[in-house]
Design a protein around this ligand. Structure first.
Ligand SMILES: NC(=O)c1ccc[n+]([C@@H]2O[C@H](COP(=O)([O-])OP(=O)(O)OC[C@H]3O[C@@H](n4cnc5c(N)ncnc54)[C@H](OP(=O)(O)O)[C@@H]3O)[C@@H](O)[C@H]2O)c1
Length: 294
């Protein structure tokens, strides 16, 4: 029988992507604002990702802003036919780097055109509406107007597939009545398990669940149990955290972010890590409070 871990690819829109993708947010400057300290290193990470088999990259024009997409374009354009670039709209950056809502029709239209121009594309494969109703987590409220705006841009041929990010189960349900939802991107990792039920319900209907902050985000996960399990398996704690996600459910697509080629290679190698039932049980317990954040 195939385990979740041994399933290496999953349908995203009408494409099939490897479950180990790459999140490009770490390639902008500090605070995801401005240029990176080392642009050549950022280009090298992206090229190493694609050479290492990654065919799903997550980005946004509000990283930098514009900077990350421009780096993606410089590193990888013309893009390989099998590469799926997922982007997101719904936010903009203030002059001080603040994350501000930008979910009005005109703002979404501008964002889609910014993404097209900076990525050098005629059509965006997947565009996630990143709900800004809640900045630090999903908050209930209608997303009908911004989704309708994206659906219109889809009809104009500028977007192939629409996804949702930072959303509740109800918002996904409502959204699915308005348009086909290709994927859901919410915060989820070993320690942050609010979406356990949502992961399963998305799996049941074949929608990819793409956890952001799979390694804990800006303060990577720290846990004694994670360290112990990783040492027993002979991998790094971050590899064990990614392997746990791969084993959690076959519809989970990973987009760990890194600015380091060495970390990228470690993350890709997590695809070959097998966790025993006992290891999974011990890692599961982390969700109930064994983690320290820096
Ligand atoms: N929809 C949303 O609202 C939203 C929000 C946040 C992020 N995202 C997306 O999700 C992606 C992933 O999130 P993320 O990059 O913020 O967080 P993450 O993948 O959980 O973790 C990134 C952090 O982990 C470190 N790291 C990565 N690989 C490592 C390894 N093998 N060993 C040790 N440390 C490692 C990175 O530092 P180094 O650079 O030093 O490796 C960085 O500090 C982003 O790139 C972005 O595309 C979406």
């Amino acid at each position: 029988m195939k385990t979740s871990q041994s399933i290496r690819s999953y349908r995203l829109g009408d494409r099939v992507v490897g479950r180990l993708g790459f999140g490009a947010m770490q390639l902008a400057g500090p605070g995801v604002f401005g240029p990176p300290r080392d642009r050549a290193a950022a280009l090298a990470v992206l090229r190493a990702a694609v050479e290492g088999g990654v065919n799903h990259i997550d980005t946004s024009d509000f990283y930098g802003p514009h900077v990350t997409n421009q780096i993606v374009r410089e590193a990888l354009h013309p893009y390989r036919d099998d590469l799926v670039i997922t982007t997101k709209v719904g936010a903009r950056r203030g002059a001080d780097g603040a994350w501000l809502p930008a979910m009005l029709q005109a703002e979404l239209t501008t964002a889609v055109h910014d993404n097209l121009r900076n990525l050098g594309l005629d059509v965006l494969e997947v565009v996630n509406l990143r709900s800004m109703l809640g900045t630090h987590g999903p908050e209930e409220g209608s997303l009908e107007a911004p989704l309708a705006a994206l659906a219109e841009l889809q009809q104009q041929g500028l977007i192939r597939h629409i996804g949702l990010s930072n959303v509740t189960a109800r918002q996904i349900e409502d959204g699915r009545r308005l348009c086909t939802i290709a994927c859901v991107q919410n915060m989820y990792n070993l320690a942050h398990r609010d979406d356990d039920a949502l992961v399963d319900s998305m799996a049941a209907v074949g929608i990819p669940y793409v956890p952001f902050f799979p390694l804990g985000g800006f303060s990577p996960l720290q846990s004694k149990t994670l360290d112990q399990v990783a040492a027993e398996v002979g991998v790094t704690p971050m590899q064990a955290a990614l392997a746990w996600l791969l084993q959690r459910s076959p519809n989970i697509l990973l987009i760990p972010g890194t600015s380091s080629v060495a970390h990228l290679h470690q993350n890709l190698a997590a695809g070959d890590v097998r966790l025993s039932e006992d290891a999974v049980t011990r890692l599961d317990a982390i969700g109930s409070g064994d983690v320290v954040r820096r």
